[in-house]
Design a protein around this ligand. Structure first.
Ligand code: HEM
Ligand SMILES: *[C@@H]1O[C@H](CO)[C@@H](O)[C@H](O)[C@H]1NC(C)=O
Ligand SMILES: *[C@@H]1O[C@H](CO)[C@@H](O)[C@H](O)[C@H]1NC(C)=O
Length: 367
């Protein structure tokens, strides 16, 4: 059986030159055209999951990673259960089940494939590496690490995951979550998780990592995601039928990665402006500064000289794209280049209304 497989693979390689000698970006490069779904027609509240999306625990080969929401979507089949998805599938699933705003999800899903997926095949792993998400032809940007890979998307100062320097940053940490529940005891309203819980807990995690991560990297884009994700918990894990997020429901999302019983998605789409307001509100009582530890372990805060557009919306766009995504992607051709451009459009459309200039990747490629 293995011998037969081996022979047919060998034959396929001999007979298909493009397989044996992939040329990057050439016209003979097969690929998949990126396609985003239409925005949802109905954007009101809705019971989730529907009967077509039952919970099933992931199997041993199914990928799961650092995002509790994407893991939940895969456990219910809103995303492919193997954890390998296209950008369009992520937009569809997060809109349908969480009412995440369309423009925001197009931008962040584009960033996901650009940063750690296969752009030619329009695929990204919500966990680690997978054979369905191979390197680009010529391996011009390394082997896609998926969302679990530290650096481009996954980053430091997470709420329920370790910083990469301390362990696998994709794995849920029950001890960190227990700490979060102590903040619910202290700052919540009984079993209801209030914004004060996350204003305090986020600041605590930031201070902990300032103290114990000697290679802390926390620039503006990552800072925004860090606080945005706390805003997601408060606003998108909340049950719109009761109006509240309970500690039990939050635990169900983080521990079982499963929708709670009788759960309703948010009553209106959660748009970029809503996310920005949530971030500002959480940060208000304890302001924090983006920056990075230097070789001596000193936290050096970013300045407008080192970080263009610092402190403006365009600074987030700059930080996530320009130093972060491989510049070599601009030198591609054919379907690969078309997909690169589609994803870059997907990011720009979110920031264009704020007057940001169109920006392009200049970052180093992965090895
Ligand atoms: C739409 C595309 C999305 C992508 C590509 C994505 C990706 C990610 C990634 C890579 C992380 C890890 C970041 C880190 O802490 O280092 C993360 C964290 C997180 N995501 Fe998502 N996410 C998406 C949507 C959502 C949605 C819709 C929600 C909520 C309903 C959500 C909730 C969270 C939360 C709460 C965390 C933080 C976990 C922690 O700090 O321990 N995400 N996401
Ligand atoms: C989303 O983008 C479209 C097209 O650029 C724009 O017309 C619309 O106002 C945006 N929606 C939101 C909520 O920003
Ligand atoms: C949330 O829970 C509290 C306490 O049970 C309740 O008084 C309130 O009406 C609920 N809804 C909202 C939107 O806060």
């Amino acid at each position: 059986m293995f011998r037969q497989l081996y022979l047919s693979v060998l034959l396929a390689c001999l007979l298909t030159p493009s397989l044996a000698f992939p040329s990057y970006g050439g016209h003979d490069n097969k690929g998949v055209k990126v396609k985003f779904p239409e925005p949802q027609q109905y954007t009101g509240p809705m019971k989730i999951p529907d009967r077509h999306h039952p919970y099933k625990a992931p199997g041993p080969n199914d990928k799961r990673g650092p995002c509790p929401a994407l893991n939940t979507l895969a456990n219910h089949g809103y995303l492919p259960r193997n954890g390998i998805a296209s950008a369009g599938e992520i937009v569809q699933a997060s809109g349908e089940a969480f009412n995440l705003g369309y423009n925001f999800s197009v931008a962040v899903s584009s960033l996901a494939v650009l940063s750690c997926g296969n752009i030619l095949l329009d695929k990204v792993s919500i966990g680690g590496e997978h054979r369905l998400v191979p390197a680009l032809p010529g391996k011009i940007d390394g082997t896609p690490g998926g969302l679990s890979k530290h650096g481009r998307f996954e980053g430091d100062v997470s709420m329920t995951r370790l910083d990469a320097v301390h362990g696998d940053p994709a794995v849920f940490q029950p001890e960190m979550y227990k700490d979060l529940l102590k903040f619910v005891d202290q700052y919540g309203d009984g079993d209801i998780v209030t914004p004060e819980v996350f204003a305090e807990y986020r600041f605590k995690i930031y201070n902990d990592r300032l103290n114990d991560n000697p290679v802390l990297t926390w620039h503006q884009g990552r800072l925004g995601f860090s606080y945005g994700e706390a805003g997601f918990i408060l606003n998108l894990f909340r049950n719109s039928e009761t109006g509240n997020l309970t500690r039990q429901d939050m635990t169900q999302f983080f521990v079982e990665e499963r929708f709670p019983e009788n759960w309703y998605r948010k009553e209106t789409p959660f748009e970029f402006d809503d996310i920005r307001m949530a971030v500002d509100a959480l940060e208000e009582s304890h302001p924090v500064r983006p920056g990075k530890k230097d070789v001596n372990g000193m936290y050096v805060v970013d300045t407008p000289e080192t970080s263009p557009f610092l402190g403006t919306v365009c600074g987030t766009y700059y930080d996530l794209l320009v130093p972060n995504i491989a510049g070599v992607l601009l030198e591609t051709k054919g379907q690969l280049k078309k997909n690169v451009d589609t994803y870059l459009d997907g990011m720009f459309q979110l920031f264009e209304p704020y007057g940001c200039p169109r920006l392009y990747p200049e970052g180093p490629a992965e090895l």
